[in-house]
Design a protein around this ligand. Structure first.
Ligand SMILES: Nc1nc2c(ncn2[C@@H]2O[C@H](COP(=O)(O)OP(=O)(O)OP(=O)(O)O)[C@@H](O)[C@H]2O)c(=O)[nH]1
Ligand SMILES: [Mg+2]
Length: 144
């Protein structure tokens, strides 16, 4: 797979370009859901059951990565890589961020600590590469 980045223009075998976009953010911000929602292929996910007290929030968490794809037109394909949100898997950030064109940083609006956790991730990603990013607030609590 050849990926285009700000440093390495990539060409796919049958022509066209492929770019790599990373979806990152704190635990349970909705990274896997976002990729599953927009991907045109069945997403490769690496979710494992949660066994600690955060299990009350959801049953499974990403332990390595999500992988999906969107074709914008026949000449431009975006590969989507989702990171784990748990800090203990932060070694994956650098692996997944390698040669990315940009990233989406999702924050869980329903959880106060999510913003501070997102800042830690942002600092790490800015250190990794000065590429464009989008900050998105997700899971906004419903208003009456
Ligand atoms: N209300 C609402 N819930 C969402 C949205 N996106 C995801 N969720 C829910 O939020 C929870 C976490 O979603 P995931 O996609 O597993 O979050 P994640 O960021 O991949 O989580 P980790 O991999 O554990 O860090 C799930 O229960 C989803 O159904 C959204 O846009 N709105
Ligand atoms: Mg996930």
């Amino acid at each position: 797979m050849t990926l285009e980045t700000s440093r390495t223009p990539g060409r796919r075998r049958h022509g066209g370009k492929a770019v790599k976009i990373v979806v990152t953010g704190p635990f349970s911000a909705g990274k896997t859901t976002l990729i599953r929602t927009i991907s045109e292929i069945t997403v490769l996910s690496t979710e494992q059951d949660i066994t600690d007290d955060t299990r009350s929030r959801k049953a499974a968490t990403t332990v390595a990565m999500d992988f999906g794809r969107i074709t914008l037109d026949r000449d431009l394909v975006r590969y989507l890589f989702g990171t784990p949100g748990r800090e203990r898997f932060d070694f994956m950030w650098e692996i997944l961020g390698e040669r990315m064109l940009g990233y989406i940083l999702l924050v869980d609006s329903s959880r106060d600590e999510s913003l501070a956790e997102a800042v830690v991730i942002l600092v790490a990603f800015r250190r990794m590469a000065r590429v464009p990013f989008v900050l998105a607030l997700n899971r906004e609590p419903a208003r009456a």
